[in-house]
Design a binder for this molecule. Structure first.
Ligand code: GLN
Length: 480
């Protein structure tokens, strides 16, 4: 086995012609059988979606994976749910369409927590995904398949979605980069809705460079998504390069020892780079989880009302009447976590309760946004942990669903405020990677990339042990 030489040459070599694509498909199947990151693998079908394969841009010929709640024509779109099992998408999401136009090849659909609800990918209706660094551990979630596939070297990047941390948390658990863009910076057309006012299509990638290229390709206003907007002119000019001023939590509470150590080490590293560290209090941080789960479940209860067995996916057969058909379709089609959230969301929206829960949550959301906006008048970026614990075992109940929800406070902050955030590999807890995140004001993704580039010294991520390598005798240069 030769040492994998990553970069454009490696990936274009794998996908250069029909024969290489077929061989790549077989490699993916073999490697993925160990971790279960994919729900569907078909680079040949993906390449057929590209109109012009002679492109020469940075992403031309470069393969990528897509979380299975983002539409790619002719591929399945299960959202990790039984209710959409075998549903084939009739169209392609805008973000994917832009990648196709750049000549990038979608190679398959990646596992997730059902409809993006969870932090471990164990809520997938189909199978769990293993963390490539230690197969006994979860890869995080809900974009766990996307993170695992990148960490295992199966693809250089993958699309995910981030409603409350679902790109950044699995990225942190698997040691990849994970970008949650500014709300509206990337079109949500073709992303299956969970909580529309919070979520974004995000990127999991093997380097800052890849993340930046992909972001630049998929960003922009889209007539098919009224909430999408172009970045204001001159965004790149306002991108701060080193040195910068970083806000850090005065008291990062509730972190396990390894995560706290990595957080403190990251601060030291920034000081060494000559960056200014400003300790901050985020007084609204303790409200993030209750506010997030009130708003997210309220929106979910409305968004998931469309799964009735009438227009999409699975339909319960042999029922006495229409009501029974809808009831049993939903009863058998949704998993427990999804049902819990629909119930909770319906409850907080009930007449008589709205003011007490939903409306109140919206008001606190405004306070959170105000505090963050004020903070960014004093600092360029904020450094936050991604998740309070450095990992947990598959199927272990080591973290209850309630504890997992409480642990979303560091990530969901960015979703409530609509700001961009990049999680980056920052250290290790034993075998397992630990990630931290930087947050910046809206439309300042370039500031995040510049800082992460400095922190990483331009180096790509360390791939997990046993990651994909080319078979003997495979000469990427020869096929190009
Ligand atoms: N863990 C969060 C949740 O379960 C994140 C979800 C997401 O970002 N899609 O809601």
């Amino acid at each position: 086995m030769n040492k994998p030489e990553r970069g454009i040459q490696f990936w274009r070599g794998l996908t250069a012609g029909a024969e290489q694509l077929q061989q790549y498909k077989e490699l993916l199947e073999v490697y993925d059988s160990r971790i279960g990151s994919f729900l569907e693998i078909d680079p040949v079908k993906g390449a057929a979606l590209i109109q012009d394969r002679r492109g020469s841009g940075p992403l031309a010929g470069v393969p990528f994976g897509v979380k299975d709640n983002i539409a790619v024509k002719n591929f399945q779109l299960s959202c990790g749910s039984k209710i959409l099992e075998n549903f084939i998408s009739p169209y392609t999401a805008t973000a994917v369409q832009k990648l196709l136009a750049a000549g990038s090849i979608p190679v398959g659909k990646l596992n997730l927590d059902e409809f993006g609800m969870g932090s471990s990918t164990e809520n997938s209706a189909f199978h769990p995904t293993a963390n490539p660094w230690d197969h006994a551990y979860v890869p995080g979630g809900s974009s766990g398949g996307s993170a695992a596939a990148v960490a295992a070297g199966l693809v250089p990047f993958a699309l995910g979605s981030d409603t409350g941390g679902s790109v950044r948390q699995p990225a942190a658990f698997c040691g990849t980069y994970g970008l949650k863009p500014t709300y509206g910076a990337v079109s949500r057309f073709g992303l299956t809705a969970y909580a529309s006012s919070l979520e974004c299509v995000g990127i999991l990638a093997d380097s800052v460079h890849t993340t930046r290229e992909v972001f630049r390709t998929i960003m922009g206003a889209d007539p098919l998504d009224q909430t999408s907007t172009a970045a204001p002119e001159g965004q790149a000019d306002t991108a701060k390069s080193s040195p910068c001023t970083i806000g850090v939590l005065k008291q990062p509470e509730g972190l396990d020892a390894a995560t706290e150590a990595v957080y403190l080490a990251s601060i030291e590293r920034m000081k060494d780079l000559g960056w200014t560290i400003v300790p901050i209090d985020l007084s609204t941080l303790e409200y993030v989880v209750p506010v997030y789960y009130t708003i997210a479940t309220a929106e979910a209860s409305a968004n998931l009302a469309r799964y009735t067995g009438i227009r999409y996916g699975v339909r319960e057969q042999g029922t006495a009447n229409h009501e029974e058909m809808v009831r049993l379709t939903r009863e058998h089609g949704f998993g427990n976590e999804v049902k819990l959230r629909i119930l909770l969301g319906t409850y907080v929206l009930r007449s008589g309760f709205q003011d007490q829960y939903y409306v109140r949550a919206q008001k606190i959301r405004t306070l959170i946004l105000r505090e963050i906006t004020e903070l960014f008048t004093r600092v360029d970026m904020m450094l936050m942990p991604v998740f309070p614990v450095s990992g947990f075992r598959l199927g272990s109940k080591q973290m209850t669903p309630f504890q997992q929800k409480m642990a979303d406070k560091f990530t969901a902050t960015a979703n409530l405020a609509g700001i961009p955030s990049l999680s980056f590999p920052a250290g290790k807890a034993g075998q397992l990677p630990v990630g931290m995140q930087l947050m910046a004001p809206v439309f300042h993704e370039e500031r995040l990339f510049n800082a992460a580039e400095v922190l990483s010294g331009g180096r790509p991520i360390e791939l997990a042990p046993g990651s994909l390598v080319l078979p003997d005798g495979y000469d990427a240069k020869a096929v190009r």
